[in-house]
Design a protein. Structure first.
Lengths: 629, 87
């Protein structure tokens, strides 16, 4: 069964190739069948492999499929090889499963678009790259998938390329993530140079053997890989590209910029967790980045008025939670949150796609309102997804995963009460912005009558993701509920368990306080944005309120700062150097040659007799020189 | 005789005379070879003259063909009229 593993990335890749070559001459129906079918079969194979993995785990808890050697240069032999263990199995399952439903949704959502087959070609290519990323057995192969998803992200953000704004957003995403990718490439060079291999498992063993705890190499490698993860996962300080990436079609935002690609950084850090365990500095950096991002993005989400931008900031904030979990050593909790986040965030994006379609592509939430009765399915999807995002206790998936991260932040030796409290404050923010969105869009007075109704092809994926957002957390029922932490135990084969420290209070108390923060956020959102809307407007119109609103609305001025710090100096330099200083050397050589030409051209009279005379004089001079010597 | 040919080449503007001057110069060189061969009793001089004869024949063939083309083009045999290629 495991030998079918190569088909999981190969099928979407084949689908992308067929759609790219023959897509333009294909009608919509076969294009949709190829686009969805390849992912569907690949998801089915993933499920078969997962079933086999659970029934009969391979020896050593992992399975490697070596297809061939990529290249062989002086001891450097990266293979085209897939590595399957508990961690990559979870990633692969979630990616293929969520992708399949989003593809299904796109068949209807993109139904009238001119670039229908092009869209599916890019999406299939994305899924293939993403699976290569999570299954890659060595860091170079992983990097291939890493850049592949970056390319697809660029192509899909700029999918509607006739609007220059979308093209600019795509370029921004590509360039900003490139900053992180450069750091990551440097990290790979460092690891190969120091440890002589790039295959992940031997590399991790070598790191453990050769590097002592706190070794500067481990710190440097960890920080460089963190740089790559920050770029891809839109963490501070490279988060600015993700809100603009919402220019792409909504299914793209759901798949790439919420559920899968942006969590690649989390996967990378979890995969190379040995480096972070060796280097407390790098791991602390992960904690700080995660915590800062989750708070910054939470505040920014509070002030946005574009429905997709709110969700984008909430994605940044939730990935911040995952980084936070990785940083405090709650590895399994972070991956758990990745899984539940993939479900509920994909759900929220798909539901927002329904809202946007029926509102004639209006994305401003203040122009919506009272849509509860008109769009019941989207409303309930938003309620379920929003509750899961905020972490409503007991019934939603988000509650269990976020609770586990926060419990890790309190109980692990790397955590502390302060970290925990800041994380809980993040829960309050999450509840506030989530329910602000729901109350403004679906409650209150109705401004616009929605027109279009959405069909079953869009409805089914939304319903499936609703169910998953509710029950997805039950795979890891905590002990205080009398459950069994099955998911954490399963991942325990690939990731170290969360260390036990001396928490100030128990898990039940922690969960209770988290729920309290959530309840406060919910009530505050209800009071300020539904019951007494004028109160929030008054708050935003005071001097300080206006200042903060503007500051947060513009993403804490990060774009402004980068514009001043990088974009403008580079632009100024480019303008100043329009003549290209280096070219002066070559221009000088050309000028000297031209001068010589001017001098010599006077001798070219075109008169044969002058040439003959010249020959004579030359010969005479030559003979004289010979005679004199 | 070589100098006579050279002067002819430099002062005459008629292409036909220039060609004839070149012939004179080639013959002068050939005569010098023959004379030198006779002086030092070696056959090389005469071999060389045969070469020069062949070269002169080829030169005249090409030269006359060029001359015809130039006459067609410029309606004149003046060498200085064909100075269109001046730099």
């Amino acid at each position: 069964m495991f030998h079918l593993l190569w088909l999981v990335p190969a099928l979407p890749f084949a689908g992308a190739a067929i759609l790219m070559l023959f897509g333009p001459r294909m009608s919509r129906r076969p294009a949709a069948w190829i686009g969805c079918g390849s992912i569907g079969v690949s998801a089915a194979i993933s499920i078969l492999i997962a079933w086999r993995f659970l029934a009969q785990p391979p020896a050593g808890g992992s399975y490697t499929q070596q297809l061939w050697t990529w290249m062989s240069v002086a001891g450097f032999q990266p293979g085209i090889a897939f590595y399957l263990d508990a961690l990559s199995l979870v990633m692969m399952l979630v990616v293929t499963f969520v992708s399949f439903f989003i593809h299904l949704y796109s068949v209807e959502y993109m139904g009238d678009d001119e670039g229908f087959s092009r869209f599916f070609a890019y999406m299939n290519l994305f899924v293939a790259s993403m699976i290569v990323l999570v299954l890659g057995d060595n860091l170079l192969f992983l990097y291939l998938g890493w850049e592949g998803v970056g390319l697809c992200s660029y192509l899909l953000i700029g999918f509607w390329y006739t609007d220059p704004k979308n093209g600019l957003a795509a370029q921004k995403a590509f360039i900003v993530t490139r900053v992180g990718d450069t750091a990551m490439a440097l990290g790979l060079f460092l690891l190969f140079h120091q440890l002589g291999t790039i295959t992940i498992q031997p590399l991790m063993q070598a790191a453990q053997q050769h590097w002592a705890g706190g070794s500067p190499y481990a710190t440097a490698a960890g920080l460089l890989l963190l740089g790559g993860a920050c770029g891809k996962s839109a963490q501070l300080p490279l988060q600015t590209w993700l809100p603009d990436a919402m220019a792409g079609p909504t299914p793209t935002s759901a798949l790439i910029h919420a559920a899968t690609m942006v969590t690649a950084g989390v996967y990378l850090i979890a995969r190379t967790h040995v480096l972070y365990s060796l280097s407390p500095v790098a791991q602390t950096a992960v904690t700080v980045v995660g915590l800062a991002t989750l708070l910054v993005a939470g505040f920014a989400a509070l002030t946005q008025d574009d429905i997709k931008r709110i969700l984008a900031y909430s994605t940044i904030s939730q990935i911040g939670y995952m980084f936070f979990g990785l940083g405090v050593g709650a590895w399994t909790a972070a991956i758990f949150h990745f899984m539940t986040h993939a479900f509920f965030k994909a759900l929220l994006f798909l539901a927002s796609g329904m809202v946007i379609t029926s509102m004639h592509h209006e994305q401003n939430i203040f122009k919506m309102g009272g849509l509860r009765k008109e769009l019941p399915l989207a409303y309930w999807a938003f309620v379920i997804g929003g509750c899961s995002l905020a972490g409503v206790p007991l019934v939603t998936a988000g509650f269990y995963s976020k609770g586990l991260i926060l419990w890790g932040a309190l109980s692990s030796p790397r955590g502390s009460e302060t970290l925990w409290a800041l994380g809980v404050f993040g829960v309050f923010l999450t509840a506030l912005y989530t329910f602000r969105l729901i109350f403004i869009v679906f409650h209150g007075p109705c401004h616009h009558k929605p027109s279009q109704k959405t069909g079953m092809t869009m409805g089914v994926p939304v319903i499936v993701l609703c169910v998953l957002s509710l029950v997805g957390g039950f795979v890891n029922l905590p002990a205080w509920l009398g459950g069994h932490p099955w998911f954490v135990n399963f991942l325990g084969a690939a990731l170290p368990a969360t260390a036990e420290g001396h928490p100030a209070f128990g898990e039940l108390a922690s969960e209770g306080l988290v729920s309290l923060a959530l309840a406060i956020g919910l009530v505050a959102a209800w009071y300020f944005f539904l019951k007494r809307r004028e109160l929030s407007e008054w708050l935003a119109s005071t001097g300080l309120g206006r200042l903060l609103h503007r500051w947060w609305y513009n993403d804490w001025g990060m774009d402004w700062l980068y514009d001043r710090l990088f974009v403008r100096p580079v632009g100024w330099f480019a303008r100043a150097n329009k003549g290209d200083a280096v070219d002066l050397v070559y221009d000088g050589a050309a000028a000297v040659t031209r001068l010589g030409w001017r001098a010599l051209r006077t001798t070219e009279t075109g008169r044969v007799r002058w040439y003959a005379a010249g020959l004579l004089v030359g010969t005479v001079i030559f003979v004289m020189i010979l005679a004199l010597l | 005789m070589f100098a006579l040919g050279l002067i002819g080449l430099l002062v005459r503007r008629n292409l036909l005379f220039i060609l004839m001057s070149i012939e004179v110069m080639l013959n002068a060189a050939g005569l010098a070879f023959v004379a030198a061969g006779a002086r030092w009793g070696q056959a090389d001089g005469q071999v060389m003259f045969l070469f020069i004869l062949a070269v002169a024949a080829a030169e005249v063939a090409v030269g006359l063909a060029l001359l015809l083309r130039l006459y067609h083009r410029f309606q004149s045999l003046d060498a200085d009229a064909a100075d269109e290629m001046r730099g």
